[in-house]
Design a protein around this ligand. Structure first.
Ligand SMILES: [Zn+2]
Length: 129
């Protein structure tokens, strides 16, 4: 099957989102993997809690698991953002500002692929907070 546009270059001012999309999916998968690993660790820590008779050990484990839980929550939040961005990618609206409909600068998308607004709209939204 010949994929159309493989050798063709679109308009020069059109942003090539292929690389960004690939990067986004990679980042999504990495984050998902990281979160899974962390949850496995946290799960085993919690499961082992009752097995230890040493109160000091239990305390250390509790601190570790709450730190891991906080980290897991942060990762889960980022994963949700990345997942939403992947969904926009599939829908063909990735990189389009949800407020003004303009193309979000690719530089911005490279740093934060989950952004849904261009810089002016984002700062306008932040000022209102
Ligand atoms: Zn905008």
């Amino acid at each position: 099957m010949n994929a159309e546009g493989e050798t063709m270059t679109p308009e020069t001012d059109a942003v090539d989102l292929t690389d960004l999309g690939r990067m986004l999916r990679q980042r999504h998968d990495d984050t998902a993997e990281q979160l899974r690993g962390l949850r496995e660790q946290t799960g085993s820590v919690l499961a082992g809690e009752s097995g230890s008779g040493d109160a000091a050990d239990v305390g250390t484990l509790a601190v570790e698991s709450s730190e891991q839980a906080a980290l897991a929550a942060a990762l889960a939040e980022q994963l949700a953002r990345l997942r939403a961005a992947v969904a926009r990618l599939d829908a063909g609206t990735f990189g389009v500002c949800e407020r003004c409909g303009k193309q979000v600068p690719p530089v911005r998308l490279q740093v934060m692929p989950w952004v849904t607004h261009c810089v002016p709209c984002q700062s306008a939204a932040e000022k209102r907070r």
